[in-house]
Design a protein around this ligand. Structure first.
Ligand SMILES: Cc1ncc(COP(=O)(O)O)c(C=O)c1O
Length: 431
């Protein structure tokens, strides 16, 4: 494991310059497949007695560098990149779980993940109980005999609740199931969940890691700390019919899960990352540290400013002194609390929709983590398909507006919000 600092690893980890024709930038290996030396070489690669490249759905030299770099930045033993953050989540869960298994998940999740767990996976016989994560004991209380994973977001999108990852990991350990943490909003610069007991870390690379809004991607990072030989995971301890009888736990020890993600997950679910996107994401990753510091600084400044605006009913940002998550933010996100701010607009649904509609510099769209500032009214867009109860669970109220604060000059951002607030029906402000 690299002992170098974050900024150095973000620029260099995984890239052996001499093995890549002296290229200073990571090259794009835009090839679907790789020529074997001979038939024996091919056979050895397929039976894992030799390592090498076979087919880009399974592995690729550009993706490989991104995988090593992300594993180094999160403190994992290895990772697998995927075509999107959603692909990372579904691939990880489908490799780990089978029909009849159960997940205990935080109820404060990105809407797409909430839908995957609450609607799509149950169709395959994998069920989820959602719990309020603010009391870590809720995870243990909701566990069933067939529980096989705990799933959370370290900093919930859009609730912005900072989770007590250590306390939740204690619950997962007692249940003897892996703790999976989606660390997308926090980024590996602000928080490393593995240091706090996470077994698997997931990112949507589409957000801050790429940072420029140019490429979708995801990653599954394995801490290598979970014991799949504990009797609860026969797919890891019995011969796999999916890979000519390979016993993952025996053959691959601490790398059992991530190896299965690659050789069965990518092979069978096919959610491979394009090497071109890996290249784009590598460009963004190089500057993650300086960007996320600035995103965090600007978001805090905007949050404080919003608290002073008469049109605003409430502001939620974990770095605010008034935030109920401030103590947890001090522990888990001491350097910065990322670039997302939510606030409630007086007048509810209509006023919030007006604000989202009227900003000009803040782009109205469904994404976060871009260098450019973004805005959305989740109740009428991303969370529209959820019931009122599910919206409330995921932290979405009718009056909530979500900002992803970009890297523009802060004065320009305030001016843009100010002119949008001026368009709200003023009768809602009288009282
Ligand atoms: C926290 C979180 N996880 C996962 C995802 C899904 O990522 P992608 O859009 O790359 O599939 C998102 C998307 O917004 C997200 O916010």
């Amino acid at each position: 494991m690299s002992t170098q600092k974050f900024a150095t690893n973000a620029l260099h980890a995984g890239h052996d310059v001499s093995a890549n024709a002296g290229t200073r930038a990571v090259p794009i290996y835009q090839s679907t497949s790789y020529v074997f030396n001979d038939a024996d070489h091919a056979a050895n690669l397929f039976d894992l007695s030799e390592t090498g490249y076979i087919y880009t759905r399974i592995n690729n030299p550009t993706n490989d560098i991104l995988e090593q770099r992300l594993a180094a930045l999160e403190g994992g033993i290895a990772s697998v990149v995927t075509s999107s953050g959603t692909a990372a989540i579904s691939t990880a869960l489908l490799v780990l779980l089978k029909a009849g298994d159960h997940i205990v998940a935080s109820n404060s999740l990105y809407g797409g993940t909430y839908n995957l767990l609450s609607v799509t996976l149950p169709r395959l016989g994998i069920t989820t109980t959602f719990v309020d994560p603010s009391d870590p004991e809720n995870f243990g209380k909701a566990a069933q005999e067939n529980t096989r994973a705990v799933f959370v977001e370290s900093l919930g999108n859009p609730k912005l609740d900072v989770l007590d990852v250590e306390a939740i990991s204690t619950q997962a350990k007692t249940l003897r199931v892996p703790l999976i943490v989606d660390n997308t909003v926090a980024t590996p610069y602000l928080l490393n969940p593995i240091k706090h007991g996470a077994n698997i870390v997931i990112h949507s690379l589409t957000k801050y890691i790429n940072g420029n809004g140019t490429a979708l991607g995801g990653v599954i990072i394995d801490a290598g700390t979970f014991d799949y030989g504990n009797g609860k995971f026969p797919e890891f301890t019995e011969p796999s019919p999916g890979y000519h009888g390979l016993v993952y736990h025996e053959a691959l020890a601490e790398a059992a899960f991530i190896a299965k993600v690659r050789i069965e997950g990518l092979r069978d679910h096919g959610a491979a990352l394009s090497p071109f996107n890996a290249f784009q994401i590598l460009q963004g990753l190089e500057t993650l540290e300086i960007r996320i510091k600035k995103h965090s600084e600007s978001a805090l400044a905007i949050a404080k400013w919003l608290q002073e605006q008469e049109e605003i009913a409430w502001v939620n940002y974990p770095g605010l002194e008034t935030s109920r998550y401030k103590a947890l933010a001090d522990k888990y996100l001491p350097v910065g609390q990322s670039g997302i701010v939510t606030f409630g607009v007086k007048g509810g649904f209509d006023s919030a929709k007006t604000v989202a509609n009227e900003t000009q510099l803040f782009s109205l769209l469904a994404n976060i983590g871009d260098t450019k500032s973004l805005i959305i009214h989740p109740a009428s867009t991303t969370h529209q398909q959820l019931s009122d109860a599910s919206q409330a669970d995921t932290g979405v109220t009718k009056d909530l507006v979500r900002l992803s604060v970009g890297l523009e000059a802060i004065e320009d951002l305030k001016a843009d919000l100010k002119q949008a607030f001026a368009k709200i029906d003023k009768s809602v402000l009288v009282h």
